[in-house]
Design a protein. Sequence first.
Length: 550
Amino acid sequence: MTENLTSPKESISHPKGLKYLFLTEMWERFGYYLMLGIFALYLIDADGMGLLKKDAYDIVGTYLGLVYITPFLGGLIADKLLGYRKSIIIGAILMSAGYCTLAIPGSTAMWIALLLIIVGNGFFKPNISTLLGNLYTEEKYKAKKDAGYSIFYMGINVGAFVCNFVAAYMRNNYGWGYAFIAAGIGMLIGLIVFLMGTRHIKEADIIKKTNDSNSDITKVLLYVFAPAIAFGALGWLIPGNIFGSDSNDAFLFGCIPVIFFYASLIFRSPKEERSQIKALLSIFLIMVVFWTVFKQNATALTTFAESYTERSITPAVAKIVKPVGMVQEAQYTKDSVIVMDHTLKAVTDANGNTLKAYDYPHYFINQSPQNLPQEGEKVNLISTEIFQSINPFFIVILTPVVLSFFSRLRIRGREPSTPAKMGWGLLITGLSSLVMAASVIYTDIYTDKASALWLIGTYGVVTVGELLISPIGLSLVSKVSPKSITSFMMGGWFLSTSIGNKLSGMVAGMWDMFDNKEYYFLMNFGACVVAALAIMMLVKWLRNIIDQHS
């Protein structure tokens, strides 16, 4: 049974709860991507945390990893104890508090804020996706489940598109703290929408509570969560850095018990459920590569936008786009010194005492002398975080196109199976890295700036790959998972995302190791090709299992 992506012309309506989950997820992702779009910039900026680039990317990668590893526990607690609605409410409150806490200066507040967001996402993320799937259990809605997930995915990306303009405006006009508070307010709006629509959602909130529910959660805490913490501590304390840093070692070691627990389901589950679990775990494993490449938009591609992309605009254009937060002012100064990967300018008073040291705008680092502005001249630049809105913009535009395309193929009996779509998605994701490699080959990025069209093209290509993987993956887990552990297996999908996210930060940390940046992007392309071949080899086996259980 292949995917049933429904054409907009088909008359059966979607469940009423869809629009409330759509808007809830839209506002939740508004907050999430607002924070993520500026987080690396905040960590590097002297008015933020003032960290070195490699340390900032280490933190971003670790955060991205942890924020998607907690859903496996949040999914289990919802499945066995709290239910989906209560879990979503708890998660929303924690995340909103976390975003607002980021507005408090200092490293202590930052670590507390990240903890709140990470735990909150664990309660929120797997359960809203599972709740959506449960709305489509009625026979009249089943054929529209994939289309429902794609519409839901559009909600994610409407929020992700708008948030970067808000982030840039608040950051440029008021400071980092106000931008983070805007993220917290967005999450609260999402919570209010969710509560307003609860009467249309409550029938989908099915708690699979048994006499062993508390025992199941205790077992996971004792045999998975506690060992994960112990393994993480071991990774942190091991002398030297096996994977490049203590945080990398701690994260990857901490994942070992979680991965082992999911793998053990193959042997511990009822025999009739094992084929489903094997199929899903195989897909989770391969999709780690996709997330590793895709999530570099928060690290390596942000670096490319910040330092290697032509962002200057004329005063006339700046006047038009400044009200929506798109303009960042940068001033060129010659008397600056390079400290590690920071370029700093010291400001002194009349007695020669240093008042402040601040980042020399990275935009001017990779330019030849003849292309530099005059000393003290201010230049209007498109804010770096605005480039984060390109991908969600393409998703909103291309989702109806992809739905229509597969609907036409289905009518003709030529629609690819779900695994085949995901294989093509991986290959197309790899092609987006080829676009970036071409931008480096075409432009001497060490003395000149690459056209913004290269980044726009890259995001356009990777969006097509994403649409063939991410929303379809959510739908697949909902359809194929054994019903007693659906949200837990949704947590497995996010575990795959988590590991890929952490690896994306580790790979981005290798950026400065490549003198020829095209090889960095060719490395990503090669990884996607290998993963695409792997899933294509399993298509027939996976398709048979999916057909039996969806």
